[in-house]
Design a binder for this molecule. Structure first.
Ligand code: NAD
Ligand code: UDP
Length: 337
C-alpha cells in the first residue's frame, strides 16, 4: 500500500490515477489546506472505484500513526506541502513548520513503522539561478525564497537520513513546470484566488475571468525576450512517480532526478500555443520583470531516462488543449457554483 500525502492536490490527484493504472493500491492523506475533497470524488469517478482517504495533517504524529496502523504502508509519495513563493516570503515560519517540520514528523513515523521507501516532491527551484541550461542534477543548489529553502533543506534532511541508515530508499524528484490536466477534464489545477503561475493565468484569461495577462519582462536574453521554462504535462509527471516506485527497492543511493521535457518555451510561445489550442484570444501586456525570476530554466532529462526509464511523452499542444478542457469545463475549479 502506498501512502500519498497531499494526494488531493493538483499533482497528487493525477498521481492517484497513475498509481491505480499501474496496479498500486494507495491511501490519500491530506489536510485539505489547499485542496478540495471534490478532486478525490472526481478521481473515483475516473478510476471507477472508491479510494481510501484520511483527512489529517502531516505534522500530527498521532494521525499519521493511526494511518500506518490501519494500513500496511510500504512506500510514501510525499506531495504534502505549501508551495506559493510569494506567501512563503510573507509567512516563512508557516512554510518551515508545514513543509520541514511536517516532513520530519512523517519520517519519524515511517521509521517507527519500518517503512523506509520515500518519493519526495522537490523542485527545479533548488537550482536557483542556473549558470547554464539545460540543467543537470549535479548543478550547484541554492534558494532565493523560503519556499525554495524548504525544498533544499528537506533534500538535505533526507540525504542525512540515508547516511544514518542506508536501508532507506529515497527518490528526490525535481519537477520543472507542471501544467495540463487529465484528458477527462474532470481534474486539474485549481489555484486559490489570482493565479501566480503562468498557465492557470493564461487559461483564466482565455475564459475571460481575467482581462489580460501581464508578461513579466521582455528584455531577457531569450528567443523573444520573455522568460523560458520547461513545461511538463502533469500526467507525464504523475507517471514519473510510478516509475520511481517501481525502481525504489533497487536503488542504493538517494536518487535525485529531474522531471522535465528538456524543451524550453517562452511566455509568448505559451500564449500562442494556448490560443491555438483553445481558439480563444489571450490578451497580454508587457510588464516589469517579476523579482526573483530567472531568464531560462529547463531540464536535461536524460538521467531520468537512464535511471527510471522515464521520459515525457506529451508536447506543448496537448498540455494547452488539456488545460483548456479543464478550465472551460470548470471555470470555477472545484467550487460547486
Ligand atoms: P497542491 O497544493 O495542489 O498539493 C499539495 C497538497 O498538500 C494539497 O492538497 C494540500 O492540501 C496538502 N497539504 C499541504 N500541507 C499539508 C499538511 N501539513 N498535511 C497534509 N496535507 C497538506 O500542490 P501541487 O502543485 O500538487 O504540488 C505538490 C508538491 O509538489 C508540493 O510539495 C509542491 O511544493 C511540489 N512542487 C510543485 C510544483 C508546481 O509547480 N505545482 C513544482 C515543483 C514542486
Ligand atoms: N509569468 C508571466 N506572467 C504571469 C505569470 C508568469 O509572465 O502572470 C512568467 C514568469 O515570469 C516566468 C514564466 O511565466 O517567466 C513561468 O512562471 P511561473 O510562475 O508559472 O513558473 P516559475 O517562474 O516558478 O518557473
Amino acid at each position: 500500500m502506498v501512502l500519498v500525502t497531499g494526494g488531493a492536490g493538483y499533482i497528487g490527484s493525477h498521481t492517484c490515477i497513475a498509481l491505480h493504472e499501474a496496479g498500486f493500491d494507495f491511501v490519500v492523506f491530506d489536510n485539505l489546506s489547499n485542496a478540495s475533497q471534490e478532486s478525490l470524488f472526481r478521481v473515483q469517478k475516473i478510476i471507477d472505484r472508491p479510494i481510501s482517504f484520511v483527512q489529517g495533517d502531516i505534522r500530527d504524529k498521532e494521525a499519521l500513526r493511526s494511518v500506518f496502523t490501519q494500513y500496511d504502508i510500504d512506500a510514501v509519495i510525499h506531495f504534502a506541502g505549501l508551495k506559493a513563493v510569494g506567501e512563503s516570503v510573507q509567512q516563512p515560519l508557516e512554510y518551515y513548520d508545514n513543509n520541514i517540520n511536517g516532513t520530519i514528523v512523517l519520517c519519524q513515523v515511517m521509521q517507527e513503522f519500518g517503512c523506509k521507501n520515500m518519493v519526495f516532491s522537490s523542485s527545479a527551484t533548488v537550482y536557483g539561478d542556473p549558470h547554464t541550461t539545460p540543467i543537470k542534477e549535479d548543478f550547484p543548489l541554492s534558494a532565493t525564497n523560503p519556499y525554495g529553502r524548504t525544498k533544499l533543506f528537506i533534500e538535505e534532511i533526507l540525504r542525512d537520513i540515508f547516511v544514518s541508515d542506508t536501508s532507506w530508499n529515497i527518490v528526490l524528484l525535481r519537477y520543472f513546470n507542471p501544467v495540463g490536466a487529465h484528458k477527462s477534464g474532470l481534474i486539474g489545477e485549481d489555484p486559490n484566488g489570482i493565479p501566480n503561475n503562468l498557465m492557470p493565468f493564461i487559461a483564466q484569461t482565455a475564459v475571460k475571468k481575467r482581462d489580460y495577462l501581464s508578461v513579466f519582462g521582455d528584455d531577457y536574453d531569450t528567443v523573444d525576450g520573455t522568460g523560458v521554462r520547461d513545461y511538463i504535462h502533469v500526467v507525464d509527471l504523475a507517471f514519473g512517480h510510478v516509475k520511481a516506485l517501481e525502481k525504489i527497492s533497487n536503488i542504493k543511493e538517494v536518487l535525485t532526478v529531474n522531471l522535465g521535457t528538456g524543451k524550453g518555451y517562452s511566455v509568448l510561445e505559451m500564449v500562442r500555443a494556448f490560443e491555438k489550442a483553445s481558439g480563444k484570444d489571450v490578451p497580454y501586456q508587457i510588464a516589469p520583470r517579476r523579482s526573483g525570476d530567472v531568464a531560462k530554466c529547463f531540464a536535461d532529462p536524460s538521467y531520468a531516462f537512464e535511471t527510471l526509464g522515464w521520459s515525457a511523452q506529451k508536447g506543448i499542444q496537448e498540455m494547452c488543449e488539456d488545460s483548456w478542457r479543464w478550465q472551460s469545463q470548470n471555470p470555477n475549479g472545484y467550487a460547486k457554483d
